[in-house]
Design a protein around this ligand. Structure first.
Ligand code: SF4
Length: 451
């Protein structure tokens, strides 16, 4: 079993101030989400409708994908199918190469993060500029996003000011968010005007009309779609909605769940290429069909990437997105990562307190705790670790009351005598005070009272 998350989380927690501030910032987003949800009396009905639409869509995904393709082609788009990340990257590269494209602007797309598109294109001489402010910040730092909605939430303003000073030549010491945004805007303006192609993701693809819907707060996707003559939209096959009218449910849930806004500042509808331009839609599987075939985990494909489960998760808030080692972090990232590559992400299903908060906030009602427990069971079934052996020993003791009582009595005495340095060296004891054990067990106390 890889020990990825605990070690990475420990590194994050060494910077206590950052960990505390990260925790507070995301909790604040969660509180805003709660207020936005409470202001909609039919919120729970919307969640139920959204869950039902996603269940129905996933049950008929093949049909809806074909319907989408037919309608997108009718609108003048070209549709490509990618089995995996390598095929996706090769398709995008070919589209760009055939048109002599060397400069690309790209808006937020977790799918392209998942596929490693930037590195693939840059290695082939294509300059890719991320245009979402948070994504641009992490790109300049050569990092991956730490959050699916707030990619640079792990960074302080002064760190961003120093980064812009070093990489974009802004004046030193900038910390004001408006000034920092202005610096980024000025540098991105040139990138937009020089770009030969725009790459975007899509929040939703509409089977009924063949349209795409892209939600942003910065309008950067709109510029990337409207200015260059070539638009390449990359999306996972699960992004389908059957009818255009279904958007009425999802657009009300998405921004409220994500940031507490009623709606994103821009909700852009793309129906075919812009006049004189080209639109290519790349539909990517990359493990989604396998997840769809898994009855216990397929519900994870209903995710609309709002980030609410990250913001509410006490483990995510206290360990940071990079500790997950996946393109999508937090509870949903733990499910997706461990379902796709169990040996690589075996620690992720255990990065969870099972508090259930993610299930409570998820706008499409994914039962993430149940999925994480399912994955734990699968991983545990195959492993031979000290923890597994300890659980076997505990099961044997608990099944034999006399043996249990004797072992507990000895264990209590031994624990009290072991030096503090030993306790501090154990994984459990590193961040916790040693429990003060009572002199007598509950059973002994009970018996001494003659009961
Ligand atoms: S699992 Fe639910 S709460 Fe988490 S990002 Fe997806 S839709 Fe949002």
């Amino acid at each position: 079993m890889s020990g990825g998350h605990p070690e990475a989380a420990e590194r994050f927690l060494r910077d206590e101030a950052r960990a505390a501030w990260h925790d507070e910032t995301l909790w604040h987003v969660r509180v805003r989400r709660d207020a936005a949800a409470a202001a909609v009396p039919e919120w729970e009905i919307l969640r139920e409708q959204a869950a039902a639409i996603r269940r129905h869509t996933l049950a008929h995904l093949g049909d809806y994908l074909e319907e989408f393709e037919r309608n997108a082609l009718r609108l003048g788009a070209r549709v490509h199918w990618a089995r995996d990340a390598a095929e996706h990257n090769a398709i995008v590269e070919r589209i760009l190469r055939e048109r002599g494209v060397r400069r690309v602007v790209k808006s937020k797309s977790m799918l392209t993060e998942e596929c490693g598109l930037n590195a693939h294109l840059e290695a082939r001489g294509v300059e890719v500029i991320d245009t979402d402010l948070g994504e641009r910040i992490v790109q300049l730092r050569r990092e991956s996003p730490s959050h699916i909605v707030l990619p640079a939430v792990h960074l302080r303003r002064e760190e961003i000011g120093a980064l812009f000073h070093e990489r974009l030549g802004s004046e030193p010491g900038l910390e004001d968010p408006a000034q920092l945004a202005e610096v980024a805007r000025r540098s991105l303006r040139a990138a937009f005007l020089n770009a030969q192609a725009g790459i975007t993701g899509a929040n939703f693809a509409l089977a009924e009309s063949g349209g795409l819907v892209v939600c942003t707060n910065e309008g950067n996707a709109d510029l990337g779609m409207a200015l260059p003559p070539l638009h390449v939209a990359c999306l996972g096959i699960e992004k389908l909605l059957p009818r255009d009218a279904d958007l009425a449910v999802f657009l009300r849930l998405l921004a409220r769940s994500a940031t507490g806004q009623a709606i994103t500042a821009y909700t852009s509808h793309v129906h075919g290429p812009r006049p004189g331009g080209e639109l290519h839609v790349v539909l990517v599987d990359n493990g989604r069909s396998a997840l769809l075939a898994d009855p216990e985990l397929r519900g994870a494909l209903a995710c609309i990437r709002c980030g609410a489960c990250l913001n509410t998760c006490p483990v995510y808030r206290r360990s940071g997105g990079h500790s997950y080692g996946t393109s999508v972090a937090g509870p949903i990232g733990s499910v997706l990562g461990a379902a796709r590559e169990p040996s690589r992400h075996a620690s992720l299903p255990f990065a969870c307190s099972l508090c259930g908060s993610c299930r409570e906030v998820c706008p499409v009602r994914i039962d993430l705790p149940l999925q994480l427990v399912t994955l734990r069971g699968r991983l545990r079934g195959a492993e031979r670790t000290p923890r597994r052996l300890a659980l076997r020993l505990a099961a044997a003791l608990l099944a034999r009351p006399v043996l249990y009582e004797t072992a507990a009595s000895w264990g209590r005495r031994a624990l009290a005598r072991l030096p503090e340095t030993w306790w501090r060296r154990t994984a459990w004891g590193r961040g916790r005070a040693r429990p003060l054990l009572p002199r007598r067990s509950f059973r002994e106390a009970w018996r001494s009272r003659g009961r």
